[in-house]
Design a protein around this ligand. Structure first.
Ligand SMILES: Nc1ncnc2c1ncn2[C@@H]1O[C@H](COP(=O)(O)OP(=O)(O)OP(=O)(O)O)[C@@H](O)[C@H]1O
Ligand SMILES: [Mg+2]
Length: 306
């Protein structure tokens, strides 16, 4: 697949402070690529350098074959950047705003069609200040699409939204991506990264500490699954649980057991075998599979959110 973005040794320093420390990644045309990381990791700084909005200290970014530092204007015409709603002028309605933005690109836009795409066509006469949080976010995405960009950049698109508005925005991003646009987004929500992103770069303290599909990140060695169950009668040989394949820890209270395992499939197979041989039944078996939160903790030694 073709890489639409290539980032090499990209770095940003503010005085002696390093906000982005020589990161490397590429984004394939047509994918949703996510940068997941906690506050201050360097996500926004990274996006702004790739967008040509912030000078790089060193390294380079190439977007659709064009060097961002040398061909900044051209690159800007190929991308859509979600703006903060606070920067929209008052006094104009949504339709007029989209038309003004399009004219800045010397383009004509079907503003009503674009508003329909983000489900705001009924609100076309409204001003931005009259919109709800989720509606504002959707409008800012519409504004980022007026130049029909190849790549859409979204910086924490759902921060501050309620769960329903977040889902609604996820659907919109998925729809835009299905229509052929590459999407690069930042988030500190692991569920958002999991739902939306084909691949995720996990960023912490100015570095990318891992980069892969969610599925592969969750296969990282050393992540534990917790199996919880009750048994229908007291276990005579409870100590055998510790010897099941993969089990690293056993806790229990009365008839309820909690096994920590780094090989859940093998542990369960052994557990069922043990049950058959010893004549007990497993009740209410529950598995807690590792999440991206666990991946982050494993990689960095601290939680994604405090
Ligand atoms: N203009 C600036 N001058 C000095 N330091 C800055 C400046 N902009 C950002 N930083 C610092 O660079 C680091 C990375 O900031 P950045 O905004 O990229 O983080 P982020 O990952 O987007 O965080 P958040 O999730 O809070 O948006 C932070 O420690 C921040 O304080
Ligand atoms: Mg940020």
């Amino acid at each position: 697949m073709e890489n639409i973005i290539e980032v090499k040794n990209l770095a940003k320093k503010y005085g002696s402070f390093t906000a982005v420390d020589g990161i490397n990644f590429s984004v394939q045309a047509g994918e949703v690529f996510g940068i997941l990381g906690p506050n201050g990791a360097g996500k926004t700084t990274t996006l702004e350098m790739i967008e040509g909005l912030k000078p790089m200290t060193s390294g380079e970014a190439v977007l659709d074959g064009h060097n961002v530092s040398r061909e900044t204007r051209l690159v800007k015409s190929l991308i859509g950047v979600q703006l903060q709603s606070s920067s929209f002028f008052d006094a104009l309605n949504l339709k007029e705003l989209l038309e003004i933005f399009a004219s800045l690109y010397n383009r004509k836009v079907d503003a009503m069609e674009l508003l329909r795409e983000v489900q705001l066509d009924e609100k076309w006469k409204a001003q931005v200040k009259e919109l709800s949080g989720g509606q504002k976010q959707r409008f800012s995405i519409a504004a980022a699409l007026v130049n029909d960009p190849k790549v859409l950049f979204l910086d924490e698109p759902t921060t501050g939204l309620d769960p329903q508005a977040r889902r609604n925005l996820w659907d919109l991003v998925t729809l835009i991506n299905k229509k052929g646009k590459t999407v690069v987004l930042t988030t500190h929500y692991m569920d958002e990264a999991e739902v939306l992103c084909d691949r995720i770069a996990v960023m912490d303290h100015a570095h990318i500490v891992a980069m892969d599909t969610t599925e592969n990140l969750l296969k990282m060695p050393g992540l534990s699954t917790i199996a919880r169950f009750r048994v229908d009668k007291p276990l005579v040989d409870g100590a055998r649980l510790k010897t099941l394949t993969g089990v690293t820890e056993v806790e229990h209270e009365d008839h309820t057991y909690r096994l920590t395992t780094d090989n859940s499939e093998a542990t369960l197979a052994d557990l069922f075998k043990f049950g058959r041989e010893a004549g007990f039944k497993l009740l209410d078996l529950q598995l807690h599979q590792p999440t991206l939160e666990d991946v982050f903790l494993k990689l960095t030694g601290h939680a994604l959110r405090d």
